[in-house]
Design a protein around this ligand. Structure first.
Ligand code: NAD
Length: 453
């Protein structure tokens, strides 16, 4: 690991990664690599998580390709040094912000979208002119192996390297003099990453998780809300960081909402979802046990079947749930959807604000006043009004959490900015020298008070 980091740092210092042409070529090379390896990637996702070709393509491959196109299209403009204005005290000078890469960055990935989440940050790192070490998740070993093979075939390890392994490997990597760490994963591990990074003062982005609510008010378009919630929750069997974790539904529309959600579960996954060849499995035994145990409280009103051997849990709606039940304590990260009710929107605001700031929040309702109230009264990473997950697909919207759901953001220009240090420069004139700043200037204080206040 020491050798990889040293070699990357040397290569970076030699300046190979910095030109516009190089960055653009590498982004296009990434796209070519993904295209060439499309089949093995889809097969690996099937093997590790039972993802269908449709889900694998849409949520992992197509996402990366469109991010690459967006990066290539805007790269030149993002890279350009930015001229800025200056106060009168700076007369004669030019003031610029240079976009400087950090150097050698580490990208640590989780298992739930194991391909997309390992490579999406890398695009930003490449665009910003860094070298990269990727640490894929050990819980999806086939995908991890494919990532290693493809990167080795397309890139020199001096530039992009893949290091496989578990937390020990990550911890060892973090002993190295890295210039930036981009972590996607759970809140408890995020804390450890930040603590460890603090020893060397390595800057971090933390893309974490948490409990993301979907709020359904009585003026919502119920059928459409049900359809979009079922899609957002049960895609990837609920193993999505921004999936609606639980519902807060106005008591007057709870019954029709549940009825409509049942209809869409049936429509999307069939009579027996556990036998649907395209339904995603739970990643491992430990997570299967953890998620299944949530069924011990509340009343199952839809689904509830388990297949322990194949680690599958049916799309499940859980009614009669309390805030104190285990299912409401931690992020569910599985296909179980608890339903709680409310009478007034003010209760919702208090209840959500009493807990850690969510990564996502979804509000369903037609009143623009209520929409605005929710958007401005609850802090959360990002979200949708009258939809779920869709905000993540717009490259013009930075994606990230706040508080316990994370710090920093990426996607589109936010990815470039994340891996870029803004270096502020004043280029002073030598044609004249204003005297007011020097000791002994008779009018210096008067002028400074006038200009700076
Ligand atoms: P995790 O935190 O267990 O692991 C993530 C990565 O960290 C893995 O590569 C793992 O090897 C490494 N790791 C684990 N323990 C470590 C330690 N002690 N020290 C150093 N490295 C360690 O997360 P996970 O189970 O892979 O992913 C699920 C979590 O990730 C959920 O909480 C989910 O919400 C979150 N997530 C967030 C986003 C986002 O974009 N915000 C996206 C996907 C998943």
């Amino acid at each position: 690991m020491q050798t990889i980091v040293q070699q990357q740092k040397r290569w970076y210092e030699e300046g190979h990664t910095k030109s516009y042409q190089f960055r653009k070529d590498q982004l296009l090379r990434m796209k070519k690599m993904i295209g060439t390896f499309e089949k093995p990637i889809i097969e690996a996702l099937k093997f590790d998580l039972n993802k269908s070709e449709f889900e694998a393509y849409v949520s992992e491959i197509a996402f990366l390709k469109s991010e690459i196109d967006h990066h290539v299209k805007h790269l030149k403009q993002w890279m350009n040094p930015q001229k800025v204005k200056a106060p009168l005290t700076h007369k004669g000078s030019k003031n610029m912000i240079y976009k400087e890469p950090y150097g050698t960055v580490l990208v640590i990935a989780p298992w739930n979208y194991p391909f997309q989440l390992a490579l999406a940050p890398v695009l930003g790192a490449i665009a910003a002119g860094n070298t990269v070490i990727i640490k894929p998740s050990e819980l999806t070993p086939t995908v991890s192996w494919v990532i290693k093979k493809m990167v080795e075939q397309y890139f020199s390890p001096n530039y992009i390297a893949v290091v496989e392994g578990d937390k020990k490997v990550t911890q060892e990597l973090m002993e190295q003099p890295l210039d930036y760490i981009f972590f996607t994963g759970s809140v408890p591990v995020g804390r450890k990453i930040m603590e460890k990074a603090s020893h060397q003062l390595i800057p971090v982005t933390l893309e974490l998780g948490g409990k993301s609510p979907a709020i359904i008010n009585k003026d919502a378009a119920i059928d459409l809300a049900a359809k979009r919630i079922v899609w957002g929750k049960f895609t990837n069997a609920g193993q999505t960081c921004i999936a609606p974790d639980y519902l807060l539904v106005h008591h007057e529309v709870k019954a029709p909402l549940i009825k409509a959600m049942k209809k869409y579960i049936h429509k999307f996954y069939g009579d027996r979802p556990l036998e649907n060849p395209d339904y995603v499995k739970i990643v491992n035994d430990q997570h299967f046990e953890r998620i299944s145990s949530y069924l011990n409280a509340g009343t199952v009103v839809s689904g509830g079947s388990l297949d322990e051997k194949r680690q599958m849990i049916e799309p499940t709606i859980l009614d009669q749930v309390n805030w104190s039940d285990p299912v409401m304590q931690d992020e569910i990260f599985g296909p179980i959807l608890p339903v709680l009710t409310f009478d007034h929107l003010s209760e919702v605001i208090t209840q959500v604000n009493n807990r850690p700031k969510p990564l996502a929040l979804y509000y369903f309702g037609e009143s623009e006043t209520d929409q605005e109230e929710i958007m401005t009264s609850i802090p959360f990473g990002g979200g949708c009004i009258n939809d779920t997950l869709y905000h993540i697909l717009n490259p013009h919207l930075p994606f990230g959490g706040v508080g316990e759901s994370g710090m920093g953001s990426y996607h589109g220009q936010a990815s470039f900015d994340t891996f870029t240090h803004l270096k502020s420069i004043t280029k002073q004139t030598t044609k004249f020298d204003q005297k007011f700043r020097y000791p002994g200037s008779s009018f210096g204080l008067t002028l400074i008070k006038k200009v700076l206040g």
